[in-house]
Ligand binder design. Sequence first.
Ligand SMILES: [Zn+2]
Length: 73
Amino acid sequence: MSDTGKLAMELAEARVEQERDASVARARASLPSGGGYPFCSCGNPIPEARRLALPGVTSCIECAKARESRGRR
Ligand SMILES: [Zn+2]
């Protein structure tokens, strides 16, 4: 692959990340405070049942699992 093609791909990836961050920020801004966030920082939605069970939870199940398995070593 040429350097130009690689750069274009990196720019496209950065843009996707920016858009994802923006949509997460919008979702967070539109929420009443203290109700937990509907989206994890990774961009995955957090199921409502999880938010109700763990008030203020900010990570999706996958991220929570990943953090758990990292911490367990
Ligand atoms: Zn996540």
